[in-house]
Ligand binder design. Structure first.
Ligand code: NIG
Ligand code: FE
Length: 435
């Protein structure tokens, strides 16, 4: 039986079409394509037509009765949002460190004295698969409620082969169980374990010789990421790790120039990374090289907000021709949020982006940053029917009002999972209930 759905008569349908082959850059980041009084026709989980309501009715008039009808009158429709950078699978929270930072301690001071990433690593190492699964699934449900239908998830709170595999296996299980599409990234080089602080190269060797081969053999990740930062991994170590991953088919990503300019953007271009993340302090030279090499800049304004740091220079990067995507960086230390709508606000208010650019950066360019633009990120015929319906009168309102959740309905591959802002009940089932 054909499953058919008819999303009818939205004030605006924002299609983001025409950027599937290459990420949008410069002026093209503003080409979001708005259909007034628009409708979407869905068949078998895919988009069959996107047009004005008048045209859709004319085209499907003899089949309207067979379709599940969703009235989008007074609302707007966008592609399901894509979050291309999260640390989804982890245990515990770090509100104690937040309180310390409010009193003047810095993020790196806390990390260097054994907290930070190390604190979450301890909690994650100690957590069972079931606990990690349950906590991560709840986060995914929250993502969904905030209009997100695809999420990238990094490991990197294990830092031993066994524990990294545990995180990646939880991601793999959630990939199977949860309707959100998950894209997995191995990030064994997230920090040098405390007991190996004096010999970081030995840890780098282990990442290269033990972890990467096993992660690749078991096909547990698509991407390989590294935290290239003074006091964590040097550009030389990062390069070794990313090149080693390439040998095993893992595509490079890189946490670059988050705290200080350190050659991360330049390295991303050199190793042909799909994306470089953070870039708060990227150099002009690095930005130029990224533009030349077509490396996507995944900017994480939630992290600048939460670390009370200077924001990445999105305006400069867009003008230089770097394709820009936006993400939450969801993690317990530097960005404890799952709200892509809030990231849109920050993109406009603190990074000089326009409402059109932030829409591109949270949909089609974000899909490119995780290699999925051929199937998601825009409302185009043949793509997955991942659709978010927002209870706002126009798309400007998405990045104008803040601190509110305007999501009305979320459709994932043609299935309604959020209705009237409420999550479908079956998504709250626990691990035990499913097993
Ligand atoms: O992207 N910078 C490195 N990694 C994460 C933060 C991880 C943490 O603090 O737990 C980030 O900001
Ligand atoms: Fe991150």
């Amino acid at each position: 039986m054909t499953r058919t759905m008819y999303i009818s008569n939205a004030v605006e349908v924002i299609t983001l079409e025409g950027h599937t082959d290459k990420p949008a850059i410069k002026e093209a980041m503003s080409e979001i394509n708005v259909i007034k009084n628009g409708s979407v026709w869905i068949e078998d989980g895919k988009i069959a037509a996107v047009d004005t309501d008048e045209n859709i009715r004319a085209k499907y008039h003899d089949r309207i009765h067979e379709a599940e009808y969703i009235d989008a009158t007074g609302k707007i429709v966008t592609p399901g949002l894509v979050d291309p950078h999260t640390h989804l699978v982890h245990a515990g929270t770090r509100e104690n460190e937040y309180a310390m930072r409010l009193k003047g301690k810095t993020y790196m001071e806390i990390m260097n004295s054994g907290g930070g990433i190390h604190a979450t690593t301890r909690a994650t190492q100690q957590a069972s698969r079931e606990e990690l699964y349950e906590q991560s699934k709840n986060r995914l449900n929250q993502f969904l409620q905030h209009g997100v239908t695809t999420v990238e998830a990094k490991s990197g709170y294990g830092l031993t082969l066994e524990s990294e595999l545990k995180q990646l296996e939880v991601t793999e299980k959630l990939q199977k169980d949860h309707p959100i599409d998950l894209v997995s990234t191995f990030m064994g080089a997230h920090a040098v374990p405390l007991d190996e602080k004096d010999n970081p190269d030995k840890f780098v060797d282990r990442v290269i010789n033990e972890m990467i081969p096993e992660v690749a053999r078991r096909k547990l990740a698509t991407f390989n990421d590294v935290f290239c930062e003074r006091g964590v991994f040097t550009p030389e170590q990062s390069k070794r790790i990313l090149e080693a991953g390439k040998e095993y088919g893992l595509i490079p990503k890189i946490h670059a120039d988050e705290i200080e300019p350190y050659g991360g953007a330049e390295l991303a271009a050199e190793v042909d990374a799909i994306s470089a993340e953070h870039l708060l302090r990227a150099s002009d030279e690095g930005i130029k090289k990224m533009a030349e090499a077509g490396v996507i800049g995944v900017l994480l304004p939630g992290t600048a907000f939460f670390l009370m740091a200077a924001y990445a220079e999105a305006r400069k990067m867009i003008d230089a021709g770097v394709p820009i995507a936006l993400s939450t960086d969801a993690n317990p230390g530097s960005s404890p949020t799952i709200s892509m709508p809030f990231i849109m606000n920050l993109g406009c208010l603190n990074m000089g982006m326009t409402p059109e650019e932030v829409l591109t950066a949270t949909t089609i360019n974000a899909a490119h940053a995780i290699g999925r633009a051929d199937e998601i990120g825009s409302l185009e015929v043949g793509k997955k029917a991942d659709v978010t319906i927002w209870k706002v009168p126009n798309y400007l309102t998405l990045s104008y009002q803040y601190g509110m959740n305007h999501v009305d309905t979320v459709i994932k591959a043609g299935e309604k999972l959020v209705v009237g802002g409420q999550l479908d009940e079956k998504l709250s089932l626990s691990y035990a209930a499913k097993a």
